[in-house]
Design a protein around this ligand. Sequence first.
Ligand code: SF4
Length: 123
Amino acid sequence: MKKEFTCIVCPVSCNLVVEDTDGVLSVSNNQCKRGMRFGENEFKNPMRMLTTTVKITGSTVKRMPVISSDEIPKDRLFELVEMLYKVTLKSPIQRGGIVLKNIGNTGVDIIATRTIKSKIREE
Ligand code: SF4
């Protein structure tokens, strides 16, 4: 079986060709070893970082940008983003704080990427 992928490890965006010959993978068209690793992983079990935003109350902003602490299986991204759409945070939140631990039993946490302070009341 042969598959083609665009390498997303760096901006060069090589067009990788990954071929499975009796369970042995070979990667071609890569310009470096990182592309070879990416091609093999993409063929076997593609992984991605998850980035999105989560609702937040008690602040002047309405959504908090978040990122996963590690890569997550690509085929679970939509399910996990749906899970995050149901979460509502309460300010204040510190950058680097854990928003959701072990999301979907992946062993990966969801982390706040900025500090959001509470809204200061004007009287
Ligand atoms: S194969 Fe290497 S040079 Fe090509 S896009 Fe991937 S990381 Fe960049």
